[in-house]
Ligand binder design. Sequence first.
Ligand code: BMA
Length: 917
Amino acid sequence: MTRKKVSEVCVREETSPLLRDVNMTMPPTCSGLLCLSLLLGTSRLVSSVQVVTSGQQNISLNGKWTLENSNGSLSLPAEVPGCVHTALLKQAYIQDPYYRFNDVAHGWIALDNWTYTNTFTVPSDMRAKQRVMLVFEGVDTISTVSLNGAAVGQTDNMFLQYDFSVGALLMEGDNVLTVSLASPVRYAAQRSEAHSYRVPPDCPPEVQQGQCHVNYIRKEQSSFSWDWGPSFPTAGLWKGVRLEAYDVLRVVHLATVPVYNQTSSGWSLRVELQVEVAAAEVTRGQLTLSLPGLDTRQTFPVRFLPGRTRNTYTLHVNTSGPVELWWPSGHGEQPSHPLTLQGVLGPGLTFTADTKVYFRTVELVQEPVPGSPGLSFYFRVNGKAVFMKGSNWIPTHSFQDLVSPAGVRSLLESAVAANMNALRVWGGGVYQQDLFYSLCDELGVMVWQDFMFACALYPTEEDFMDSVREEVRQQVRRLKSHPSVVLWSGNNENEVALATNWFGIPGPERPLYVKDYVKLYVDNIRALVLEEDQSRPFLASSPTNGLASERQGWVADDPYDPRYGDTHYYSYGRDCWDWSAFPRTRFASEYGFQSWPSFSTLQKVSAPEDWSWDGPFSSHRQHHAEGNRQMLEQAGLHYHLPNATDPLRRYKHTLYITQVMQAQCVKAQTEFYRRSRSEVVGGKGHTMGALYWQLNDIWQAPSWSSIEFGGKWKMLHYFAQRFFAPVLPVGFEDGVSMVMYAVSDLSVDLNLTAQVSVLSWSRPDPVCTLSSPATLVRGNSATPIFRQPVDALLKGCGNCTRRSCLLAFHLEDPHGARWGPANHHFLCSPRDAEGIEAPHITAEVRGDGERGYTVTLRSASVAPFVWLDAGDVPGRFGSNGFLMASRSREVGFVPWAPTSAEELGRALTVTSLRDVY
Ligand code: BMA
C-alpha cells in the first residue's frame, strides 16, 4: 500500500453577522452520497451525511404541531414539515388549492400571520448537555422563534438552515416552542415601502394574478406567481425541526471535492469537515481517510479549535491504477468510489463515515473560434467537449412539502429517457433537495445551478446581503460534492433586464442599478463561490455574453449576442418552421413554446363547464398574456384548427393541436441547434447546448413544459426522445435544396448514408426511395450528408409534388445497420397537403403486468402526429406523436402503476391530425 502526503488546513469560521448566538448549518437530508457516523451515539444527517455522535442526543420535533392565525379565529393541527396551505387543506378548511379558481380564492391565507406551536418534553440527561441546538432545516420565511416565552431568534430566508443555541431555555416538563410567521406578502410590501428607491418590477403582469415585490424577500420567487404558475405565497416550516444536544462536538458539515492536477496528471481529494466544539479547549485526535478501491489511505492528527471551524484535508490519490471517471449520460458511466473516514477523538469518541466520491473535471470553455469574431461557450468534461442536451427545471409543486421523492425520480428518469444529459435548475424556484442532486449524480445529468434570483432587480442593503451571503455559503457547501453540478450561475435574466431596460429605468438612474447588480452577483455571490468552490465554473447570469459581459462591466450592451455566451430566445409570432429566424447561438439555454396539458390532467382540477377554449377557466389558467391566442395562431400556420361541432370534442382536439404545434416547433429549433455544432456561418454557430424551456410543471395549466403536472409526457417529450438521440438525421430546406445532416454525439467515427423515402400523403407505401453516398461522420460532429434540389428530387419520383408527398429518412451504415431514429420532413404545411385521409386508426391492447403492454395500431392511410393517450392510466408509450406511414404498427406501453390490458384499452384514445377537422 502506498502512503501519500496528506495536508490539513483548519480555518475558524466567522459567525454569521446575520444572527447573534446562532450558527448556521446545512440542510441535512441524506442522499446517500456521504454517510458519516460517529459511533455509540445518536444518528443524524448532516448535508447528505449520516452522523452518529457518541453522547449526542437528538429529538425530532417533526410531526403534529398546532397552527393559529393572527386573531385566533382558526386553530388547527398542522404537520411539520409543512405549510399553512397544506395544513388548512388537510383539516378541510379549504378545498384543493389547485381546483379551478381556488388560487385566487385562497389569496387571504398569505395575507394573514400564522403561528406554529409545539409542546414537547426533554429528558433531563439531554438538558444537562453542554450545548443544545434547536435546528430548523428550513423556515418559510419571515419568523420570530420563541421557546418558553423567550425570544430565540428570527428568520428571513427560506434557503437557510437556522441553528439556535437553546440549552439555557429548556425546562423540565413541557416546553413550548412557537414560530410566528409574518405574511410574506405584507412583509415584501413593507420592505419595498421602506426602501429609499424603487427596485423593480413592482408587481407581476396582471394576467398572472400574483403578488408584488417578491424580490424583497428571500423566498421562492415564483411563489408570488409566474407566467406558468399560480400565486401561493406559502408560509410554514417546510423542512424538519429537531434538537441536538452534545457535550464535546458535533459535525456540522462534510464535503469532498476531487481536484485534478494537470501537471502531475494526478488526483487529490479535498475533504472538508466542519465541526462545532462545545468545550473551551482544543479537541485532538486522529482521522484516517481511505479510498479502498484506489489503494489510497492516510492517517493524520486532527486539532479542532473551540467554536465552529472548517478543517480541510487533502488526500493525494494513488494513481498507479486507473481512476474511473464520472461521465454525463451518453458519454460513459457514472462510477462512484467508496471513501471511508475513521476518526478517534480522545477516549470513547470515535467516528466513521462511508461516503461516495466521483471523479471528473469540468471547464466552461470561452476561447476564440476560428472564423468567428466571438468566443466559444461550451462545457468540457474530463477534457472532452460535450454538447449539452436537456431542459430547464422549475419547482415541481407550489407546496414544497408535497414534493415526493418518487415524483422527483420520475421526472429525472423521464429526462434521461428522453436522451437528456443536462438540466438547468432555474433561478426563480428553490435549490433542490439532496435527493435531486444524488439522482443526477447516478443518472449522469449535468446540473446548471442558478442562484435563486430571477427576472428582477434586487435590493442590496446590509441585512439582505448578509442573508444572501449565508445562503450562498450554505448552498455551495451542501452541493459541491456532487459531480452532477457543473456550473454555478448568478441569476436568471437579470443582466438582460438591465441591459435592455425591461423596467424602464431612467438613464441617469441606471448606474445605481448597475452598481447594485455588480455588488450582488459579482462582489458578493461570485466572490463567495470562488472562495468556497473553485472546482467548477461560475457565470454571473443567463443569458450572458460571459467573458465579454465581464469586459463590459458585467452588463453587456446586448447579452443576447449569439457570438458570445448563452442565449434565451422566444418568438411566438414568427413561423417556427422557418429555421432562419433562430439565433445561431453558441449555446441555447432557453427557448420554447407553450401547449396545454392533456384532458385527463385538467379534468382533475376543473368542472364540465370549464371545458371550453374560450371560457373563464382557460383564461384563468393562462398566465402568459395572449398565450392562448398565440398557440392557435402558430398552430394555424400549418394545421387546420379543430372544428368539431361537439364542444367537448373540439376542446380536446384543441388541447391536442397545441401539443402538436409545441412539439414540432421545439423540434425544428432543437434540430437547428444540434446541426449547428460543427459549423460557423457568418461568424456565428459552433452551438454546443440546447436546453429548451421547460421540463416540468408546477400545476395543471398551459405552459412551455414537456411533462405535465403529475408526470405524464406531452407530445414534446416523446419528440425530445428522438431529437436528442445520440445519432440523429436532421432534414431541412436551404434555399432550393433539401439538405440532411448526420448529427453524432458518439465518440466513434461512422460511415453513414441517408436513406430517403418519398411518401405520398394518400397511401402508406413509398413512391420511391433514394440514398446518399456514404459519408464519414466524425464523432461529436454534425456533418452534411445529403443535398439535392427539391424540384429535382420530386421530379424523379412519380407524380409527387410538394403538396402530395413528404420525405421520411434515416441513417444507415455500409452493413445496413440503422443509426438513430427515423425522421421526416414535410414539403408543405399539413394544412395544405393533398390526399391526407381520415386514417380510421384502430387500436388493440395486449399484454399483462409482467411482460408489459403492446398496442397494435392499424391505419388506412398515412397519418401525421398519431397520439396515444392512456387517460388516467399512468405510464408511457415506447413512442408517440409519430408519423404513421405503414398500415400497422406496434407500440409498447410501460405502466407506472398496476393496470390491465382491459383498463388500458378502455382508457386509450388515438388521435391524429386528420381527426380534428
Ligand atoms: C424565461 C424564463 C422564465 C419564463 C420563461 C417563459 O424568461 O426564465 O422566467 O417562465 O422565459 O416566459
